[in-house]
Design a binder for this molecule. Structure first.
Ligand code: BGC
Length: 732
């Protein structure tokens, strides 16, 4: 049975890029009645606090000088605002309510980076659909996600919010999330528009510092950064958020080439461009604008339709139009796009949200089940030397670590209205799965402060059959503005790990965090490591199911996992250099004058695409059916996968290519396909990949997409270091 059959969440979704002549006419008619001030008002997104208070100022809404409000939750409060717009403003244009719903609204799912490890598009879509369903029922129209920023930088806290380092996988996941968010089957009958972000290249923030400069080549921009955005537009995403960062010297939010030439003209995007939070105002400290007036001028010329919180349009745009600095068409185009989305969402017919009890929509038993399935599939078994799965007959368990009985950090970086009380800690999960085991619990040390009680932890470990250590980061250590220069275990956790290990009791580490954590000692010394990320409400149960074999791990990394910070940026699709190392961990002293370090291997701790199972898979009979395809043909590749172990398992098979000679240098490998197979012990399956030759191209010297005839290598296997190889030649 394939994942597709198993999940069976086939839904349809709204494509906000398909224009409807009837809606266009309504927009035209409405715009004909609007004053310039009312039009400019539509271009402002306001922050009015997190809830309606007695002193809230609704005057701008009543005057028709607001198009949208962000970061307020809940039908009751949002209806107060909507009433001011619909019943008290001159034209009654409804507000758009935007919110960050990143990995769940009430049912909190694993962080996006963790979900990416499932490589399961149907399940990712369903997770997004559930988040959207819950948010919509509570008044949200506009979800500021998916984050599709390609990222090679684990120091950057926001790596947690994306899908990792690969543009092909990132594109598939971006599409799945748009389908889920923009599902047309919400129980409330409400619709939601998604907002892929952050356009563009925010994930390349230098040195992993948030908001930092980005300086990348045209090739990197077009081949690594833009494809996931294009994929979300193709899937029907109706809006986009412009990024904070400057890109090759021009801040994205004031970047006319990026937003008009590339986004509108080349990529064909016709939805709303929303600035990030005060990103227009931040053009001033960037040194790109003298003051907010100038910043607004830069942003409108660049093509930003809606200003999140700066009020530069509100304060200066009318004047700038009056004195000829801004063509009025810029305003008309922006307002048309904004009103179009409001009509498409049905807000003119149905502006309010029903205030009701949500127990049939929030956190339903079915959603909790889906969350459990997602959480199990998001965890990655990094190492296992015969320890896992643990026998259910294990009688004495030492459960140790600052996250062992945690109910909060596991919610992850954007937990919205999720509650600690909704979660299962690892202790809860173990109690469900091995109710007869005797579990001794010790925190061992603080999550990040320099305080510890390792003696007590080592004492219980010494008396146990197995020590399960739950270590890692808190939710506040990743996400926006939560970057780390040192991404090893925080606080005294390494000390705790070594003390417990020294007892001689077999150790299993359950690692949590919003990013890869550097763990060279752990990998050398601990027999079993499960990366659990921040898994959301079902974390504890999923961990217990995996540790005790109720489920078999299948997650695979969407990032290269560094051994040390000095290796960063580290990514599998790197270029070869003129003096390539052999990439297998060679140090410079072994190979002088090659592209190596003196004191570190080139190899990651775990490669992109990697993840273990409780069984093993072998790959054989790699066949390329048409090994001399022409430029417009499709390559057909078959490979046989066999489960050579003792238990059933899912394997995510990955196909990589290398273009051997290019007009610009080519990555050593690029992912071009993946598929999941579920195999019983001893079973084999032959799978087939279809790879369009047109998908094998890249951005040439002149900046345009190019597929060159020539020789390619091809690999299929269980991760980006796959050895089973063949080759083909693209002919002219
Ligand atoms: C973040 C965005 C987010 C916005 C609204 C910004 O600081 O960069 O990702 O959508 O705030 O909350």
């Amino acid at each position: 049975m394939t994942d597709k059959q198993e999940n069976d969440f086939t839904m349809s979704h709204i494509n906000f890029n398909q224009l409807d002549p009837a809606i266009e006419k309504r927009v035209t008619d409405l715009m004909a009645q609007m004053t310039l001030d009312e039009k400019i008002g539509q271009m402002s997104q306001l922050f009015l606090g997190k809830e309606v208070t007695p002193t809230i100022d609704l005057s701008r809404i009543r005057e028709g000088r607001a198009g949208s409000v962000l970061t307020m939750y809940g039908a009751a409060d949002l209806n107060v605002l909507q009433k001011a717009a619909v019943e008290e403003s001159r034209l009654g244009i409804p507000l758009l309510f935007g919110n960050d719903v990143i990995h769940g609204y009430r049912t909190i799912f694993p962080i996006p980076l963790a979900e990416a490890c499932s490589w399961d598009m149907d399940l990712i879509e369903e997770s997004a659909r559930i988040a959207s369903e819950e948010a919509a029922a509570d008044g949200t129209h506009w979800i500021f996600a998916p984050m599709v920023d390609t990222c090679r930088e684990p120091r950057w806290g926001r790596i947690a919010e994306g899908s990792g380092e690969d543009p092909f996988l990132g594109s598939e996941i971006g599409r799945a999330r748009v389908r889920g968010f923009q599902s047309d089957s919400h129980a409330s009958g409400k619709k939601v528009v998604s907002c892929p972000k952050h356009f563009a290249a925010y994930g390349f923030s230098e040195a992993g510092k948030d908001y930092n400069s980005v300086d990348i080549s045209e090739q990197t921009l077009r081949d690594m950064v833009l494809p996931p955005f294009q994929a979300t537009f193709d899937e029907g995403a109706g809006t986009i958020m412009s990024a904070f960062n400057d890109l090759n010297g021009v801040p994205a939010t004031g970047n006319r080439r990026l937003l008009r030439t590339i986004l509108r003209d080349e990529m064909g995007f016709n939805g709303i461009v929303l600035s990030d939070w005060n990103a227009i105002g931040e053009l001033v400290p960037h040194g790109f604008a003298a003051d907010n007036r100038h910043a607004g001028l830069r942003a409108i010329h660049a093509g930003v339709d809606m200003d999140m919180t700066t009020d530069a349009y509100e304060d200066y745009l009318a004047d700038q139009i009056a004195n000829g600095e801004v063509p009025v068409e810029y305003v008309d185009d922006a307002v048309r796009r904004i009103l179009r989305i409001k009509f498409m969402l049905g807000l003119f017919e149905d502006p309010y949200t029903v205030e009701r009890d949500h127990s049939d929509i929030f956190l339903t038993p079915a959603y909790r089940e889906t969350a459990l399935e997602m959480t199990r599939k998001s965890m990655v078994l990094l190492k296992n030397e015969g320890v896992l799965p643990l026998a259910k007959t294990t009688t004495k368990i030492a459960l140790i670590g600052p996250l062992a009985n945690d109910h909060h950090e596991i919610l992850g970086t954007w937990f919205r209205i999720g509650e600690d009380g909704d979660t299962e800690s690892v202790l809860d999960g173990l109690r469900q799965v091995v109710p007869d085991a005797e579990i001794a619990l010790a925190e061992g040390c603080h999550l990040y402060e320099d305080s510890e009680n390792v003696v007590a932890a080592a004492t219980i470990a010494a008396e146990a059959d197995v020590a399960i250590l739950v270590l890692g980061e808190g939710e506040f250590m990743s996400g926006e503005a939560h970057c780390r220069a040192d991404i090893s275990l925080p606080g005294h956790q390494q000390l705790l790990l070594e003390a417990v290990h020294a007892t001689g009791t077999p150790v299993v580490v359950v690692l949590m965090g919003g990013r890869p954590i550097t763990i060279p000692w752990m990998d050398d010394n601990v027999p079993a490591i499960l990366m659990a990320w921040h898994g959301g409400i079902r974390t504890g149960r999923a961990v217990a199911d995996l540790l005790f074999g109720n489920a078999t791990p299948s997650g695979k990394l969407p990032v290269s996992w560094p051994r040390s910070v000095g290796q960063i940026p580290i990514y599998y699709n790197y270029k070869n250099t003129g003096r390539p190392s052999d990439g297998d961990g060679t140090y410079q002293f072994n190979k002088v004058h090659y592209s190596n370090y003196q004191d570190e291997s080139n190899a990651p701790q775990y490669p992109f695409g990697y993840g273990l199972s409780y069984t093993q898979f072998s790959y054989s009979e790699l066949v390329i059916e048409n090994a001399r395809p022409s430029l417009n043909e499709t390559l057909t590749v078959r490979v046989t996968i066999t489960n050579t172990g003792d238990v059933a398992g899912d394997e995510i098979a990955q196909l990589y290519v290398r273009d051997l000679v290019g007009e610009v240098t080519r990555p050593v490998r690029e992912l071009k396909g993946f598929q999941t197979v579920s195999l019983a012990p001893g079973a084999s399956e032959t799978i087939q990949f279809e790879v369009p030759v047109q998908s094998l191209g890249f951005t040439g010297i002149d900046g345009t997409y190019l597929v060159e005839p020539g020789q390619f290598d091809l690999w299929v296997g269980g991760d980006s270091s796959a050895a089973l190889k063949s080759s083909f030649e693209v002919t002219a």
